[in-house]
Design a protein around this ligand. Structure first.
Ligand code: T5A
Length: 217
């Protein structure tokens, strides 16, 4: 049990998902294909009769949409303020959307979660990743996903897929995105039982089949 009484959702200890995962986060660099994969998995889960909540960070709540606008499309935000705003979005999102969904037995598919902050603000902005992780753990009362699908994308492929319009984070140089990628891979290597790492350059249906197998569909 987590502190909020969710029946699943891994504890801080990082338990691996021996049961079918119900809180699944999708992570990866910009343009990795998260949105595509979440929709494919949602279709399979719904066909299997499961209630699915599809959500995202930043911006999974009305308050979060305002924070998203500031973070992605506003003027310069100092790095520590940026980290706090992502954490504030996460705290409100988990409290009002994610935990209630898990408590009623829904499967939550989430486009980005705390690993995005650890990789982008911790490694990308070169703040301390451990401090950024601590901030998100506090914000979420230590709710970890059962499974994190990491779509591993090179900065070059991500840039090629993103198209012309770039938000504040996407505009960062390739070395920023290279640090993000390396840190994501390090997070997965540290806790292999809770991650599925897939080459984002594979065909979408092949990735979807690997994810479905991991989710026991
Ligand atoms: N951020 C976020 C932080 O810095 N800290 C945080 O704590 C959090 C939560 C969010 C930004 O905020 C940052 C990270 C991000 O920079 P966003 O608008 O949510 O920005 O954007 P992204 O999450 O980066 O999502 P994108 O829409 O850019 O990419 P996706 O969802 O990963 O990719 P998707 O599925 O939209 O696909 C992109 C294109 O590639 C094609 C698709 O058809 C699409 O055209 N595609 C494939 N093509 C070939 N093969 C495949 N396998 C393909 N999969 C998808």
């Amino acid at each position: 049990m987590t502190r909020s009484g969710c029946s699943r959702g891994a504890e801080l200890s990082g338990a691996s998902h021996r049961l079918a995962p119900v809180f699944i986060a999708f992570e990866g660099g910009d343009g990795a294909g998260k949105t595509t994969q979440i929709q494919l998995l949602r279709d399979r889960l719904v066909a299997a009769g499961r209630e699915v909540v599809l959500t995202r960070e930043p911006g999974g709540t009305p308050l979060g949409q305002q924070i998203r606008e500031v973070l992605l499309h506003g003027d310069h935000v100092a790095p520590r303020a940026e980290a706090l705003l992502f954490a504030a979005d996460r705290a409100h999102h988990v409290a009002t959307v994610v935990r209630p969904a898990l408590e009623r037995g829904a499967t939550v598919l989430q486009d980005r979660y705390m690993d995005s902050s650890i990789a982008y603000q911790g490694a990308g902005r070169e703040l301390d990743p451990a401090e950024i992780k601590g901030l998100s753990l506090w914000a979420t009362e230590e709710l970890l996903p059962d499974l994190t699908v990491l779509l591993d994308v090179t900065p070059e492929l991500g840039r090629a897929r993103r198209g012309e319009v770039h938000d504040r984070l996407e505009q960062e140089a390739d070395d920023f995105h290279a640090r993000v990628r390396e840190h994501y891979l390090a997070l997965a290597a540290d806790d292999p039982g809770r991650y599925l790492v897939v080459d984002a350059g594979l065909p979408a249906q092949e990735i979807a089949a690997r994810v479905a197998k991991e989710v026991q569909l």
